[in-house]
Design a protein around this ligand. Structure first.
Ligand code: ATP
Length: 572
């Protein structure tokens, strides 16, 4: 496909506010893809050049892009900056400045050039490469390439919408489950699309875990007491729940890669884990999961999540790792020496994990025992909380590892806080309000937040959040949100309220609230008979959850379950 045609599709995707239409445009677009093109088209539509877990960054700042635009169009930098101020979008600026025909490049040619820009070191050379690419593009093409290069494409297309379009490509919605399964095992939609074109549905159905491709993580449902654990699971494994950083570790010969819960490449943040794996694990290939948590060497006490996450920094990781050593509590084995373990029962995976873990290293098995006694679980839970842990996890003994899905195969029971819900809720910011009174001077007073609805791949509003942040945090938030603001409501946001400023659903925050109530103002859980769900006295806890993507926010269904649990508790 020519890149010009792809740009025209991008334009149509950008303009629609209907998700259904978005899905039709995508199906039409992917229907024209060849084996060579399809993965590139998928990445570019998502505004990426490779799946995020590859950790490849283009490294082009707005300043650099401004320079490239100025030089390639013979326009003064100050003029380009003026246009940028006016439009707030460098893509629009490129559209205005490019007054040449372009060379009618193919998607493959454009893609290769962008990849080259990413691997080019030195700003001067980067600018030269961007200039030469721009010279080959027409104005519409330049608009989208500019946005991709500065990381702001924002067509509003999510993974789920693309999966649906791929299913339609091979016959219909009923194939969604197979495509989703393959995606959950490799987290690379480009690879899935390529496999689909090359090997058809058969190839998708026989898709297996591959080292170096992170597996989308299995997630836990929550309950409010030990009885419910036993009622749901019977005899089960009960583990300590550590409040750390979830890691998926991949080893192949001398290569080790580490991914976060959010499937970001984190290898450089955990040099100590990497060398422990290389030093102590003698197997050639493996994938395991665990919770990394920093602790005080003197007292042995664990530090809270906020300390562990500080490893997420560019400089001084080694020094930080020395000051705050960590332990990795391994809790699952997903792959070993060519064998995909994800379909094996939990207990078999766990036994093998215990067998292969080295002694005397910073990697140890999570604390675990097997029981069907409510009393024993309660005792273990109380003991865990007293030791400063977050609570416990219970796991179904015969369950496979359900990649990318949240269900009752894993159950979390967390300590609760008096006067508030039994658990915090993760919501995604979809817009903000200017605010009144003292906040008016900051230009931001409250956030409009939403839950994720996987069934429709949309975000449905649940609450305005106006407290829990310090003044500095509000200022920082406004800055971050203004970078992703949109001219209209995002196509995947379902809202009855009109935010003062709409933003791309990107940032997740954790909130605490007193209660889940019903309100006609919100769309989460709203049906023809019932109003939506809302949070009473919501307050933010911490800042942005950088380990979560928008689709990792709590779902409408989860809030509905919490709402039911809460009713049950108050009746008792
Ligand atoms: P979730 O990951 O379920 O979306 P969350 O990020 O808010 O929610 P929690 O509600 O605290 O996290 O619970 C799940 C997380 O607990 C896991 O993702 C994992 O990081 C952590 N965890 C700690 N100990 C264990 C354990 N023994 N087994 C599995 N997960 C554990």
């Amino acid at each position: 496909m020519k890149f010009k045609e792809l740009s025209q599709y991008f334009q149509r995707l950008e303009e629609t506010t209907s998700r259904l239409e978005m899905s039709n445009i995508l199906a039409d677009m992917l229907g024209k893809a060849t084996y060579e093109d399809i993965d590139k088209m998928v990445y570019l539509t998502l505004g990426e050049i490779l799946p995020p877990f590859r950790g490849i960054e283009l490294g082009v700042s707005e300043k650099l892009m401004t320079e490239a635009l100025s030089k390639s169009s013979n326009t003064k930098i100050s003029e380009v900056e003026k246009l940028y101020k006016l439009t707030g979008d460098l893509g629009e600026v490129a559209y205005k400045l490019v007054n040449w025909e372009g060379r009618d490049l193919t998607v493959g040619q454009v893609y290769d050039e962008i990849l080259d820009i990413a691997t080019t070191r030195g700003t001067k050379d980067k600018v030269l490469r961007i200039m030469s690419l721009l010279k080959g593009l027409s104005n519409l093409e330049a608009k989208y390439i500019t946005r991709i290069i500065v990381g702001r494409l924002r067509l509003g297309v999510g993974d789920a919408t693309l999966i649906e379009a791929l299913a339609n490509l091979v016959g219909g919605k009923e194939h969604k489950t197979d495509i989703e399964r393959a995606y959950n095992l490799c987290s690379d939609l480009g690879l899935v699309a390529k496999t689909l074109i090359q090997k058809g549905l058969e190839g998708i159905r026989s898709f297996k875990v591959q080292v170096g491709y992170p597996i989308r993580m299995a997630l836990a449902e929550r309950v409010t007491n030990a009885e419910e654990i036993v009622r749901r699971l019977g005899r089960c494994a009960v583990e300590a729940k550590y409040d750390g950083f979830r890691l998926q570790v991949h080893k192949k010969d001398k290569d080790v890669e580490i991914y976060s819960r959010n499937l970001e490449r984190m290898t450089d943040m955990f040099p100590d884990v990497k060398s422990a794996i290389l030093q102590h694990i003698k197997f050639r290939e493996l994938v395991l999961e665990g919770e990394a948590i920093t602790y005080n060497e003197e007292t042995g006490e664990f530090y809270p999540f906020q300390i562990t996450i500080q490893r997420k920094r560019k400089y001084g990781v080694y020094e930080y790792a020395k000051e705050f050593p960590l332990k990795l509590f391994a809790f699952d084995l997903l792959y070993l020496e060519g064998e995909d373990f994800t379909s094996k029962p939990f207990i078999d995976r766990r036994r093998k994990l215990e067998e292969i873990l080295p002694k005397n290293s910073l990697i140890l098995p999570s604390e675990m025992f097997i029981t069907d006694s409510v009393k024993e679980i309660e005792r273990f839970f109380e003991d865990a909380v007293a030791r400063g842990l977050e609570g416990i996890m219970a796991k179904r003994l015969d369950a496979p590892y359900t990649a990318g899905s949240r269900n009752f195969n894993w159950i979390k029971l967390k300590r609760s806080y008096k006067g508030s819900l039994a658990d915090t809720i993760d919501v995604v910011i979809v817009g903000y309000f200017y605010g009144k009174g003292s906040r008016a001077k900051l230009g931001i007073g409250a956030l409009l937040t939403a839950l994720y609805d996987p069934a429709t791949d949309t975000f449905k509003t649940v609450s305005k959040v106006g407290s829990g942040f310090t003044e500095e945090e509000w200022i920082k938030l406004k800055e971050m949100l203004d970078e992703i603001k949109l001219p209209h409501r995002h196509a995947r946001v379902d809202s009855l309220l009109e935010a003062d400023v709409w933003v791309e659903p990107k940032y997740v925050i954790t909130v605490n609230a007193d209660e889940i109530t019903r309100s006609p103002l919100h769309t989460a859980g709203r049906t023809t008979e019932e109003p939506g769900f809302a949070l009473r006295f919501p307050r933010a806890v911490g800042f942005i959850r950088s380990d979560k993507r928008a689709e990792d926010a709590n779902t409408v269904e989860e809030i509905e379950n919490m709402y039911k649990m809460q009713k049950r508790v108050s009746v008792e």
